[in-house]
Design a protein around this ligand. Structure first.
Ligand SMILES: Nc1ncnc2c1ncn2[C@@H]1O[C@H](COP(=O)(O)OP(=O)(O)OP(=O)(O)O)[C@@H](O)[C@H]1O
Length: 455
């Protein structure tokens, strides 16, 4: 880090922590190296390091990142020589610690992030991939005795985690309006925490979070690597579980797969019910499209969709529900603008970019794996030098499919087949092209493999 960068960070910290805190806690620190996303800060005493770590680390991280530095952790090391100002630090520390105790102020009113009215159970389409998550969410939304705590929902991007969280919150509020339900993203949790530190309102913060009946935190993976936030989250979590209050968490992966999440936090997150939303299948995608179609038709009455269009979209757009939904919205907007009906031609025109980017990229390695499984030979034999027909034919099939289904050139394909020459690949491809016409078994194998790879 350059001197100038550190000086910018210090200036911003001065504004957020105030002159007193700055002189006592920030000014004496001397930055060291940044390694693997960890910045070393040299501090005069262990006590000093602990205090800064507990009270200011998220702020420091935030400002360091704002300066464009890729830092996810702070490491406090004892400075060889006392840093400037350090002699005065312990004395001032006492004052500051005392000063951080806030005056007794009533806790602020519990407020939730606004709930999206579109996200209710009524318009959540259930299929095999999400039925367990849906059932668990429904159970929690009934608001009965707490049976699993926390409920941990996870799944890839755009598979409906936030939708289910909002649906639970809405349902709980409707069934039991007196219940205080706090829904927020993990990012908002962190910013509230940092703000409470800055404004010296930690007591209010703690009281607010410990007084709710249901706490819902979306995208918890966000706090990974943010040590003080994790610590505070851990205490909040424990306090609520102790009081038998329901906690619902979502993340983009399972607790054990969240890197840089403390082990104790991971283990707490797993002690209730962990359910995942699997990637959608064709039937679920079609169901979702049909339900979104009704919404679109209310906005654009009279606009019809030709048979086969929804099926085509469900087949082609497999990445996530958000993209699927966006595609339908765009189709309707486009059709109503140009005054055309929604048929296959319009769909191809209007969604060319989405359809192109959602085409699955098949790799040579995948092809090799599938083909060797199909012919029941080892992958190493397919790539290796053996020339026996029982290896050579599958190898040629794999070369042919690699040419057809990937954008790799012949030399690139050759390199992936044990460093073979491009002429060998060309020969293999031609041989299979010939056999495809004369050998019905080969033609059938190609058809089957092609379909399996594209699905
Ligand atoms: N089963 C479903 N039925 C109806 N709509 C769905 C379903 N699954 C997802 N959606 C819709 O897809 C969009 C994306 O869902 P959502 O925001 O809940 O995803 P997410 O899993 O929270 O994604 P992210 O990881 O990006 O936070 C929303 O508009 C949501 O309504």
């Amino acid at each position: 880090m350059t001197q100038e960068q550190w000086s910018n960070i210090r200036q911003r910290l001065l504004k957020t922590v105030g002159q007193n805190n700055f002189t006592t806690w920030i000014a004496p620190m001397v930055p060291g190296e940044i390694n693997d996303g960890i910045i070393t800060l040299n501090v005069p005493t262990n006590f000093f390091g602990n205090y800064v770590s507990q009270n200011f680390s998220d702020l420091i991280l935030h400002e360091t990142n704002a300066e464009g530095l890729d830092v996810s952790r702070l490491n406090f090391a004892l400075a060889a020589k006392p840093a400037a100002n350090s002699e005065t630090a312990p004395e001032q520390a006492k004052h500051t610690t005392a000063a951080t105790k806030p005056p007794a102020v009533p806790p602020s009113v519990t407020s939730t992030a606004p709930l999206d009215p579109r996200f209710s159970f009524d318009n959540f389409v259930v299929g095999k991939p999400n039925e367990l998550a849906h059932a668990a969410a429904r159970r929690v939304a009934e608001g009965g005795p707490v049976t699993f705590n926390p409920l941990f929902l996870y799944g890839g991007v755009g598979l409906g985690k936030t939708h289910l969280m909002h649906a639970i919150a809405r349902e709980l509020q409707q069934r039991q309006p007196e219940m205080s339900v706090l829904y927020l993203s993990a990012e908002q949790f962190m910013y509230r925490f940092v703000q409470a530190l800055r404004d010296r309102k930690m007591m209010d913060f703690k009281e607010l979070f410990r007084s709710v009946d249901v706490l819902m935190v979306d995208d918890v993976q966000f706090i990974a690597g943010k040590d003080s936030t994790q610590e505070e989250f851990f205490h909040t979590f424990n306090a609520l579980v102790d009081q038998n209050k329901q906690i619902i968490i979502s993340a983009d992966r399972a607790p054990t797969d969240i890197k840089d999440l403390e082990e104790r936090v991971q283990s707490r997150l797993q002690c209730g019910l962990v359910v995942d939303l699997h990637p959608t299948d064709y039937e679920l995608r079609l169901g979702i499209l049909q339900s979104k179609l009704e919404v679109q038709q209310k906005t654009y009455p009279g606009l019809d969709v030709e048979n086969g269009v929804l099926e085509f979209l469900a087949h082609r757009i497999t990445s996530n529900v958000r993209v699927l939904e966006g595609a339908l919205t765009r189709l309707f907007a486009f059709a109503s603008l140009v005054g055309r009906e929604i048929n296959m031609e319009l769909t191809q025109d209007c969604l060319a970019d989405v359809l192109r980017s959602s085409e699955r990229k098949i790799t040579v390695e995948e092809i090799q794996r599938k083909v060797s499984e199909h012919y029941n030979i080892r992958l190493s034999d397919m790539i290796g030098p053996k020339r026996l027909r029982s290896y050579a034919r599958p190898r040629q099939v794999a070369m042919y499919l690699s040419k057809q289904l990937t954008s790799r050139s012949l030399p690139e394909i050759g390199r992936r087949f044990g460093g073979r020459d491009h002429t060998t690949v060309m020969h293999g491809v031609r041989r299979i092209e010939e056999l495809k016409q004369s050998d019905s078994q080969i033609a059938e194998d190609l058809e089957l493999l092609g379909r399996a790879l594209k699905s």
